[in-house]
Design a protein around this ligand. Structure first.
Ligand code: UN1
Length: 498
């Protein structure tokens, strides 16, 4: 199916501006969009404030109804949107569809949540008083998303923000603006079926880094949720903090797996391959570091290499492909630099080279790489957004956990073991220091029901399930006096006479 056909399905004009969008599948131009200038962004923020003022008055379960309708649109257009994700981002169609499914799932979650935005009641120390905690809508929420999950990550934020009574402003990656416009078109359909949705409740802001900076700086936006590199978060976080805004940061990961002597190697192999080569190693949750116990190393690693040697690499829209292209040339060059460094640091590399360059001279397909490292050298400690799996041996479990935690990032982690003591140790306070810790499951492909995010350079934010919704609301402690007196807290006596 051609790009034009998919775009017309969403009523998107292929050319509406100067910024060219290319498919990483073959490098072909698939559309042109216009960026918003400073005045347009300013106007959109003002419109978002107005939409918020109306939306916050709508009862939350009714707000949930809008998200329910949006979920229906996603179900009806899952195939087309999945294809567009695949075409614009380069992940294989199965993963493009999975991404849309993740959107549907978070919509379902948010619909239920719209009837569960509750606080606690608290025992007051004063007679005839009641204390309670309330959650109110926060305001416009800016969502800055990355190319690798062009639609799902927005939905984790937006579905929650909308039931919480907030308006949303979405700045997608400049590499994937078309999927954002397609999602916006589906949202508009849901909004028109709903009826009286305030205008501009959900908007898209297109642009480069400076567009994101404008949103980060603007005090009219109380919450900024940003997904991307640690470098981006390091710049954006302080800008939001300087005006006392709240940021939800989901930044780099350098996720690991520990394979213990008792591990089910068949399961471990499936998990390793899916999480290390899936999305061509371009997930925040991709597996990058593999610690294998010396007792199973010689068994596991050759099998892994054999699977790598037979991986179907090719166009992401073709059935059977498991490894699609990298997003662009800079991604390919970063991968080659990392492999060069790995070799210089004593690594033995298998794979990693470019492939299919004759068929697709303007696309960057690679053989996923396995780098057997003598140690956790500097290149292993940094995140390279590419399919490179650093493999290391270990002898002692506690040392493996220490090494596991020795990197600056803290997103996702896992252990493969049948030994309960090891599993529990990994999940305990002195175990994995990541936001996500799994037993006998790879680090990627998290469900939406749990809070998603991580510690240290991953930024500390939590999105999607559990009680992540609280970040999109403001908490208010309310105390009511229904007595005939005015007792003061802490027993303070303050006598102003009769
Ligand atoms: C990301 O890479 O930014 O856990 C998000 C996963 C997906 C989301 C990844 N559910 O791999």
């Amino acid at each position: 199916m051609h790009a034009a056909e998919i775009l017309s399905h969403f009523a998107i004009k292929p050319v509406s501006g100067d910024h060219a969008v290319h498919s990483p599948a073959d490098g072909a131009e698939i559309g042109r969009v216009a960026f918003d200038d400073a005045a347009a962004i300013d106007r959109k923020i003002a419109q978002s404030v107005a939409a918020f003022h109306a939306w916050r008055l709508v009862p939350a379960p009714r707000r949930g109804e809008l998200v329910r309708l949006f979920g229906e649109e996603l179900r009806a257009h899952k195939d087309m949107l999945g294809r567009l994700v695949s075409l614009e981002m380069g992940k294989i169609l199965q993963e493009g569809l999975g991404e849309v499914q993740e959107m549907i799932d978070i919509c379902d979650f948010a619909v239920g949540l719209s009837r569960q935005l509750y606080g606690l009641t608290i025992a007051s120390e004063r007679p005839g008083h009641r204390m309670m905690e309330q959650w109110h809508p926060a305001g416009p929420v800016a969502i800055i998303s990355a190319f690798n999950f062009p639609v799902a990550v927005w939905s984790w934020n937006a579905a929650l923000a909308l039931v919480c009574g907030d308006s949303v402003l979405w700045k997608p990656s400049e590499k994937t603006p078309l999927t954002a416009l397609a999602v916006q078109a589906l949202f508009a359909r849901a909004a028109s079926r709903f009826g009286d949705v305030p205008a501009h409740l959900s908007q898209v802001v297109l642009g480069l880094r400076d567009a994101g900076e404008r949103l980060a700086k603007d005090a009219r936006i109380p919450v900024v949720s940003a997904t991307g590199s640690t470098r981006m978060g390091r710049e954006l976080g302080p800008v939001v903090a300087a005006r006392f805004g709240r940021s939800i940061l989901e930044l780099g990961g350098n996720n690991a797996m520990i394979v213990c002597p008792s591990a089910r190697l068949d399961l471990a192999l499936r998990a390793i391959v899916f999480s290390a080569v899936g999305t061509a190693g371009q997930r925040c949750t991709s597996l990058r570091r593999l610690f294998v116990h010396e007792a199973v190393y010689e068994k596991l690693v050759p099998q892994l290499k054999a699977i790598y040697a037979g991986l179907p690499i090719g166009s992401p829209l073709e059935t059977g492909t498991l490894v699609g292209p990298l997003i662009d040339r800079p991604a390919f060059e970063a991968m080659q630099r990392a492999l060069h460094d790995a070799e210089a640091e004593g690594g033995r590399i298998t794979g990693g080279g470019r492939t299919l360059e004759r068929e697709f001279p303007n696309a960057f397909y690679v053989h996923p790489a396995i780098a057997e490292m003598p140690d956790q050298t500097p290149v292993v400690m940094r995140e390279t957004f590419a399919p490179i799996l650093y493999v290391m041996r270990y002898a002692d479990f506690d040392t493996a956990i220490a090494q596991h935690n020795a990197v600056p990032q803290g997103l996702s982690s896992c252990v493969f073991t049948q030994d309960m003591q090891e599993a529990e140790k990994f999940l305990a306070a002195a175990g994995s220091d990541c936001g996500i810790a799994n037993v006998n499951i790879g680090p990627s492909g998290a469900e939406i029901g749990g809070a998603f995010g991580g510690e240290k350079e991953t930024g500390g934010g939590r999105e999607s399930g559990s009680d992540a919704w609280k970040a999109y609301m403001r908490r208010q402690t309310a105390t009511v006096n229904y007595s005939d007196a005015l007792p003061l807290a802490q027993g303070i006596s303050f006598d102003i006479g009769p």
